[in-house]
Design a protein around this ligand. Structure first.
Ligand code: CMP
Length: 674
């Protein structure tokens, strides 16, 4: 039997145990509260993500019944930023609105706290901060109305607002929060309604200023880099396009006073240009072991160029610099010379020219009334594609894209459509022909009809393609890209759905950008969009090579490597990079190697965009033994069943008739080119 003392001791122990349990319960309760809060926050974010994707998929839903039984066609997104000339961007003066340091901090923190804007560069955030102007609303005002076309992004300085969607409350927001960003970033209508619960003080920035900032940060930096490169004698005589490519691969690095940039004897593979600060070059004397001062370098000076050209060892020993830019040796070697190659590919010989002119004359004399409609080949965002037949020669069939003019005007796509026509004309080759017509309600674009089956998207039941079928399709795209890129045109909407044997192209998102230039249009199909497009950094033909890697992966496995439940998630996964993706076994080592080389995060490192252009892809191990010549001459047997006649549409889905009679366009003249 225990003594009283023992019992007291045991009691004490129990009390202590209980106390510890209580503390644990408190801790867990706190954790639970935090988790609840997190769930609420994530739920909100999820709702927000959902709001963004809805507008992009609306058009698809219109045909939902049809598409339920058929394949799900992924909708491409396009957010043509603004009408202003990119060249002029750097000269646009943005309004400067002075504000207190406290307000500046609040705006900056709000942006960094916003999922959709936190990836902006700090310099961009700084510009937005400077540009924002004050706005005030009284209690019970409607700041944003769901469904409206938005033009302002806000940061809340003071007060409280309520966000609702379809009449249901989503959340309330207080100071330090951004709202109204979705419509501006993703060119959709307002995804929710925002009303004031108190008097509020806001900071606002308009769409135009916002997009100017987004675009020109890259442009100014690039122009600055170009200036540097032009000042380097090693680069004298290099064409502008190549300098521009070099400008793309420059990266800024910062060194503290006293840091070593290159150690004597180390293998040098980097070329530096000093953009700010001073560098001293020293050498250690082997005999005396003393450090001998050689020279000082300052802004605009460069070093490391010898290593760059292959003279392996750089014996510079520098010990002071504040900031420098460098080009990776690898990038340099692969880039120089690349564009001469590309530009020569476009030269057409006399025979091709004569053929082109004869075809042009033939198409020029055709009228709408010369065609019969046979069947519908497809239904898209703007209208439909019909299979038409020449009345005078029923063996001559074409695909006629019929676009509702009013729809084009309503969705502000006039510029887009005009550029599509110009590109079609420029891209005239063996596999693309074009003529356009118009009447008061429609625009008509005549393409070569391709009745072979489009190869995607791959239905669940079919699974994926084998290596050799994928190789064939990929090779077709490589050839088509080589052609388009040689004309300075990027395609931007590669996906299996758009792949039709015999290379028929849909140029809805193609854009002529010219060599060494970039575009800032946010477009493409989410799973195929390259990281630089998501990050609004400006993109060029290398975005097409990224999508080629995605296409290969999807053809080989049945689904694209980066795919989330909605576009925003997909974008986040894309930004993590291809190295985060586990490749299934069915992708062979060589195929995986090619995909990874195409899907490099850095555009200038992508295969296809290096010194040897597409040749690098054609010569890749995965293509070893592939009959490129046969593909070009059309003697290679395609891996799909051929159609039986010029009017056999059995490879296409069936579509209901379109009974809508669209209103005529007010004819403001935008369709003058048609
Ligand atoms: P925007 O669509 O431009 O206009 C309405 C704004 O409400 C939207 O941008 C977001 O800033 C905000 N919003 C939309 N959905 C949510 C949500 N689920 N939670 C919080 N804010 C939202």
């Amino acid at each position: 039997m225990g003594t009283l003392r023992d019992l007291q001791y045991a009691l004490q122990e129990k009390i202590e145990e209980l106390r510890q349990r209580d503390a644990l319960i408190d801790e867990l309760e706190l954790e639970l509260d935090q988790k609840d809060e997190l769930i609420q926050k994530l739920q909100n974010e999820l709702d927000k993500y959902r709001s963004v994707i809805r507008p992009a998929t609306q058009q698809v839903q219109k045909h939902s019944e049809l598409q339920e039984q058929q394949r799900t066609k992924r909708q491409a997104i396009s957010a043509e930023p603004t009408a202003f000339d990119i060249q002029e961007l750097s000269h646009v003066t943005l309004p400067f609105n002075p504000k207190s340091a406290q307000s500046k901090d609040l705006i900056k923190e709000a942006i960094l706290d916003n999922d959709f804007m936190k990836n902006l560069e700090l310099s961009q955030i700084q510009e937005i901060v400077d540009c924002m102007y004050p706005v005030e609303y009284s209690k019970d005002s409607c700041i944003i109305k769901e469904g409206d076309v938005g033009s302002l992004v806000y940061v809340m300085e003071d007060g409280k607002v309520e966000v609702t969607k379809e009449g249901l409350k989503l959340c309330t927001m207080g100071p330090g929060k951004v709202f109204g960003e979705l419509a501006i970033l993703y060119n959709c209508t307002r995804t929710a309604t925002v009303k004031t619960l108190t008097n509020v003080k806001l900071w606002a920035i308009d769409r135009q200023c916002f997009q100017t900032i987004m675009m020109r940060t890259g442009l100014i930096k690039h122009a600055e880099y170009m200036e540097f490169l032009k000042s380097v004698p090693t680069f004298h005589g290099l064409p502008e396009e190549i300098l521009s490519k070099l400008g793309d691969v420059l990266e800024e690095t910062h060194y503290e006073d006293g840091d070593y940039i290159i150690r004597q004897g180390a293998r040098g593979d980097t070329f530096f240009i000093i953009s700010k600060g001073k560098v001293t070059v020293t050498r250690e004397d082997a005999a005396s072991q003393e450090t001998v001062y050689l020279r000082s370098l300052g802004k605009g000076d460069w070093f490391g160029e010898k290593a760059l050209q292959g003279n392996q060892i750089s014996c510079l020993n520098t010990d002071l610099i504040t900031l420098s830019t460098f080009i990776n040796c690898w990038s340099y070697k692969h880039l120089i010379g690349g564009l001469e190659d590309v530009s020569s590919k476009g030269s057409e010989d006399a025979e091709a020219k004569a053929k082109y002119e004869a075809e042009n004359a033939f198409f020029f004399n055709l009228h709408l009334s010369d065609f019969n409609i046979i069947d519908t080949l497809g239904v898209g965002g703007f209208g439909r594609v019909e299979l038409v037949q020449l009345k005078s020669d029923e063996y001559k069939t074409f695909a006629m894209k019929i676009l509702k003019k009013r729809h084009i005007v309503d969705t502000r796509q006039q510029e887009h459509i005009r550029s599509e026509k110009l590109i079609m004309q420029e891209a005239h080759s063996d596999f693309i022909t074009v003529q356009t017509f118009k009447d008061s309600k429609y625009l008509y674009m005549l393409h070569e009809a391709c009745l072979e089956e489009s190869c995607g998207p791959i239905p669940e039941t079919r699974g994926s393609f084998d290596d050799s079928t994928t190789r064939f399709y990929t090779a077709c795209v490589v050839e088509a890209f080589a052609y388009l890129h040689s004309k300075g045109i990027i395609y931007r909407d590669l996906k299996p759905e758009n792949l039709i044997l015999d290379h028929r192209g849909d140029f809805g998102f193609a854009k002529k950008i010219g060599f060494g230039k970039k575009t800032w249009t946010f477009c493409g199909t989410p799973e195929y969009v390259a990281p630089e497009i998501i990050l609004n950094k400006g993109h060029d033909i290398s975005a097409d090579y990224w999508s080629l890697g995605i296409l290969m992966y999807e053809l080989l496995t049945g689904s694209p490597p980066f795919s989330g439940p909605d576009p925003m998630k997909t974008y986040n996964i894309i930004l993590r990079g291809i190295d985060m993706i586990e490749f299934p076994k069915k992708i062979t080592k060589n195929a995986a190697n090619l995909i990874k080389k195409l899907c490099r995060d850095t555009p200038s490192e992508r295969l296809g965009n290096l010194k040897n252009g597409v040749k690098d892809i054609q010569k890749h191990k995965w293509f070893e033994g592939f009959n490129w010549e046969g593909l070009r001459k059309g003697t290679l047997t395609p891996p799909s069943s051929p159609v039986t006649s010029a009017t056999d549409t059995s490879n296409f889905d069936s579509f209901p008739e379109d009974n809508e009679d669209p209103p005529p366009d007010d004819n403001s003249g935008w369709d003058g080119d048609f």
